[in-house]
Design a binder for this molecule. Sequence first.
Ligand code: ATP
Ligand code: MG
Length: 585
Amino acid sequence: MNISLSHYRDLLTTYLKPQRRKVAMLTALLLGSIGLQLLNPQILRSFIDTATSAGSGAGSFQRLLVLAGLFIAVALISQAVTVAATYLSEQVGWTATNLLRSDLARHCLRLDMSFHHARTPGELIERIDGDITALSTFFSQLVIKIFGSGLLMVGVLVVLFLEDARIGAALTLFALLALVVLTLIRNFAVDSMAADRQAHAVLFGFLEERIAGLDDLRANGAGGYVMRRLYQTMRDVVHLAHRAAMRSSTVWIVTMGMFALGYALALGLGAYLYSAGAISIGTVYLFFQYTEMLRRPLEQISEQIKEFQRATASIGRVQELFAVQSTITDGPGATFPSGPLAVEFDAVTFGYGDDAPVLKDISFALVPGTVLGLLGRTGSGKTTLTRLLFRLYDISDGAIRLGGVELSAAKLHDLRQRIGIVTQDVQLFQATVRDNLTLFDPTISDAQIMQALTDLELLPWLQSLPDGLDTELAAGNNSVSAGEAQLLAFARVFLKDPGLVILDEASSRLDPATEARIERAVDKLLRNRTGIIIAHRLATVQRADEILLLERGRIVEEGPRARLADDPDSRFAQLLQTGMAEVLA
Ligand SMILES: Nc1ncnc2c1ncn2[C@@H]1O[C@H](COP(=O)(O)OP(=O)(O)OP(=O)(O)O)[C@@H](O)[C@H]1O
Ligand SMILES: [Mg+2]
């Protein structure tokens, strides 16, 4: 992606505007610090000229003392101002980038599942955290180093001009030449930096995934394979990091060469003017000192070029990420009826990405308040069908209606508010029990939560916790049993009070007591709601009013459960005969 100046300008205005006051204060501090820095060589020149001049009486000694005191005072104040400016610029930089970081995180959360499936968690972490951290250095350093250095440079040149037009002109020419050279090589290393960071992102993604899958890898003896893949990934990283380092050091060497040139110029000119008797030895020192001061900002700017290149690469990727638009967007805002919802699939065809369709020509209708038992072998498309209802993906053909409303006509939030899903594996967050149940919705009262927990027979469990609703659950599902996790997920659905409940039953076996509890909970969950149950157990199938049998993405049988069960030729009846476990598990 091509990064133009307007990208920087947009970023700066968007994220610095809220901090106008601090930025103004920072500017004042910078200007003060620059003035003080310009003052100091003048004091030194007076000191040298006083010291070297003939009449060294008590008066001039007094004067030397005053000058020395002044020099120290100015140096100290200048340091203090610099510290204050640095502090403020870091603050401004971090505030700005934290704003950007949360914007980016929010943007990513809105992107659809296809986006998230195409990227590993590690890659997104590197994108949202790594790139933004690079930007934060850029934000805070940009102000102090690039802006401040630029001003200091202009100040030095102006003062030099006032001293002697010849040396002023010579050093201005030099500074301009240096800037042109620096600008020309500015973009030299950017691409290799980007490739370097991308390689790191891939490496982190790889590590994250392997560490998460440690149990499976160990159990299957895949250590050798993982190590080989690790070496391959690391080889890419080394290669790209090496190239990026070579390129940026070339930039650095060129910059250093420029400085040597400026030094020689100032010393040569000073020596010439001194021997011609045009200036005092103090003024020669002044030239030397000012050139030294010119050297520092140039050096800093060139150093910042590295940062600037990193930041440019980061801005590029951040903009790229911002440009990714979710293909699943809000509809005009049709509203769903209250109460149990009708479900209607009309010749629906769907495939993930460009893959072959996973669901083909699916049509069925579900009357409000009835329960559909969704059966089929593993991979037949049951979970996929429920994802479509939730609009995690959009269908390629046909129509899906909920409560008579086409899904794409409603706002996503409204749609998802009306459907409760309990997935095969329930995800608990590292947060309090309360937050895990309300999913951080503060409008749900404790009384409602307690009611839901009572309904689901979870009160004894809650009472066994040290801090009740305030007990922190650990991330992952290690702190609760599989049955409890299921029931907690049910409680979430209760609190949401949706018109359609989708239950993707876990195929894992639970102990009979827990199963019975879950049975009773499912009863309550389905009361006065439409339900779709992906069933793995006979008991769950028995509560369905309608049965739909999927095979490789197609409906092979559909109808009222009672009728299918009575018809000895139906596949469903045969399933009941042979036992669900053998056929469906
Ligand atoms: N996110 C995805 N991206 C690409 N393909 C997918 C994705 N999720 C599922 N599939 C594919 O879609 C097909 C149907 O998968 P689905 O998860 O819907 O099956 P299922 O009937 O729920 O199986 P199970 O009983 O094992 O849960 C499978 O071939 C699967 O590989
Ligand atoms: Mg499934």
